[in-house]
Design a protein around this ligand. Sequence first.
Ligand code: P5A
Length: 438
Amino acid sequence: MYLSKLFIPITKELSSEAKIKSHQLMLRTGMIKQSSAGIYSWLPLGFKVMKKIEQIVREEQNLIGAQEMLMPTIQSSEIWKESGRYEDYGEEMLRIKDRQGREMLYGPTNEELITDIFRSSIKSYKSLPQLLYHIQWKFRDEIRPRFGVMRCREFYMKDAYSFDLDEEGAKKSYNKMFYSYIRTFNRLGLKAIPMAADTGPIGGDLSHEFIILAETGESQIYADKKIFEVDLNKYDSSDGSLEKMRKDFSSFYAVTDDKFKENDFNEKVKKESQVKTKGIEVGHIFYFGDKYSTPLNCLIDAQGGKKAPVKMGSYGIGISRLVGATIEANYNNEIMKWPRSISPFDVVIIPSISKNNKENLQKAEKIYKELKNQNIDVLLDDVDENMSNKFKKHDLIGIPYQIIIGSKSEEDKFEFKELNSKSTMLSLESIKSQLKNK
Ligand code: P5A
């Protein structure tokens, strides 16, 4: 892609509502545009990043045997009346009437709908366990949508649901998801802390929030920094090993402010190991047994001819929120560096161009073609602008690697730079292999 062709409407005048750096950066680099309070359009640059995050989440879900499906955004109120949440959910639920006067709603989550699908199709314990997920827009009429994509009214979520015969089986499904979440966030270049959490309107008695550290986060967190040393490679995918992994994580102190007690913290965590900071919740998992299956009458034929409500859990990742959260974790001193796995492009070529000298642009185009042929996703900055402005702009767009074609270039060597480090002179062959190995 040539930068001159890319639809990237940079905003210079920031609204006073853009209080945190991810919101500011997303507006400045034209990743999103607000359409109304807490509702955004995703423009090409932002959309590309979000789709890459979505794909990593999808691959990790598939790896643990979860099956992808798609449920609608609009749901009937009937099933919510059956579970009792139609009343309980309150003002956050966007309620709609169709032309026949039927009460509908824009789904804030899907526990009821998936239970309805399940009860009409699965009858026997022989078909269990099942793990289903979808990636779909949600709507919650938040009283104060803010911080750009972090607390929206409309947002993109991966939500998964597990179905098991008994509590023991359900805990195994829970552990699988727990493991998958830590892996997913690692692939996104994020360190996430799993924390025992309250269950809120979803309900249940076992729940973890996955929180990444960031000064601008909404949750105050207190943790033992040793939790970061738990090494996922020590565990395999067997049930016993996954149970041990969850126990190992849980053995370290990590709580949000609603569970925090000063004395407890000082007693359990040595001073030098104490982390007190803010964090962003990027995922949340729940085990709630038969909270939905009993009122919705989702029964299965268990062994011995008895009927039993299926045991369920639900597991969410805020995909659109993760775009902002990744920026919060990686944007410092006016430089944003995307983790390679979700960067909008793999590399940008920045030639020094002037009206009388198009030689650098021609060199750049040649390199562009060669990289494209290697399936490297490359952006060419063909805009006629001075180099210092170009560098400032690319510090914000955040593509982690640059090939600079200017005064330093030689016949067969080019300046190759990783953001936040010094550049080196390399042949095109070594640049290609560097990019392939990253
Ligand atoms: C779990 C999946 C649930 O909704 N039901 C299905 C459960 N959990 S949750 O914690 O309420 O949400 C899951 C994740 O969605 C993101 N999220 C949001 N992102 C942007 N704006 C919002 N208003 C918003 N609300 C929730 C979070 O990442 C959360 O962890």
